[in-house]
Design a protein around this ligand. Structure first.
Ligand code: ADP
Ligand code: ADP
Length: 234
């Protein structure tokens, strides 16, 4: 379970004269195994909030508990262990252009010092899962957007995470590719039991895939609940 408690994030304001509260006293609980949505327009504070889950952002104030563990109290080595359990995918994929599909998926495992043959045993099933086995030796520039995102998904799963953070992962994809990417994420949730947190500005995305959502605006939660209730017509 992930608990974000009374999270505040204060940045210097763009004019340099004051401060900006990008997240204001937000509390959210995410259960194991669910697909949770954080919906809102650009600048609402979604990324800032969700990046507290792996401390890519350190909140100015508040508490971050993952399976009861207080992340802000951990030392660097402990934090590295927790981060391994949290994968992340991005709008613009963040692939290394100098590495093949295989090399991109293998990278997080290489960084742990895993031997090559064990890396292969992990990467091959992941490429199969995302349907890229026959593209393993291609470079990102040779792939479609949907294929690039599937590389990103396979890479995010390399360390066997319990949680996957998806930051606008379908926002650069066409509608058809969005549907197939969401279907893949749903399969990963069901078959691997991975908890998924979807950040998106696309209402259709949360309607298609999420069970519970929060809607953010100006750093605050303005709606929360089961997706069916939030979008129920009056
Ligand atoms: P969203 O993910 O909903 O688009 P963000 O969390 O990225 O929103 O941003 C929320 C607000 O915080 C925006 O006004 C943004 O400009 C500001 N912001 C985000 N990151 C930083 C940063 N590192 N420094 C200063 N301001 C930031
Ligand atoms: P680099 O040019 O840095 O080696 P690559 O993406 O070509 O980047 O490969 C990264 C790693 O993955 C290397 O250790 C390479 O030996 C291994 N590798 C690349 N392609 C394959 C493949 N098809 N099967 C097995 N291992 C591969």
């Amino acid at each position: 379970m992930i608990e974000l408690q009374h999270i505040w994030q204060t940045y210097p304001s763009p004019d340099g004269k004051g401060t900006l509260d990008a997240v204001k006293d937000v509390s959210v609980t995410i259960e194991d195994g669910e697909i949770f949505g954080v919906l809102g327009r650009s600048g609402a504070g979604k990324s800032t909030l969700v990046r507290c889950i792996n401390l890519l952002n350190r909140p100015t104030r508040g508490k971050v508990l993952v399976d009861g563990q207080d992340l802000l109290a951990l030392d660097d080595a402990q934090l590295r262990t927790v981060r391994h359990k949290i994968g992340m995918i991005f709008q613009h994929f963040n692939l290394l252009s100098s590495r093949t599909v295989y090399g991109n998926v293998a990278l997080p495992l290489e960084l742990t010092g895993m031997p090559k043959d064990r890396i292969r045993q992990k990467v091959e099933p992941l490429l199969k899962l995302v349907g890229l086995t026959e593209h393993r030796d291609k470079y990102p520039s040779q792939l479609s957007g949907g294929q690039k995102q599937r590389v990103g998904i396979a890479r995010a799963l390399a360390n066997d995470p319990k949680v996957l953070l998806s930051d606008e992962a379908t926002s650069a994809l066409d509608p058809e590719t969005t549907v197939s990417t969401l279907a893949l994420l749903r399969r990963i949730n069901r078959e691997l039991g991975v908890t998924i947190v979807m950040i998106t500005h696309q209402m259709e995305v949360v309607k298609q895939i999420c069970e519970r959502i929060v809607v953010m605006d100006h750093g605050e939660i303005i709606e929360r609940g089961a997706v069916l209730d939030v979008f129920r017509s009056p």
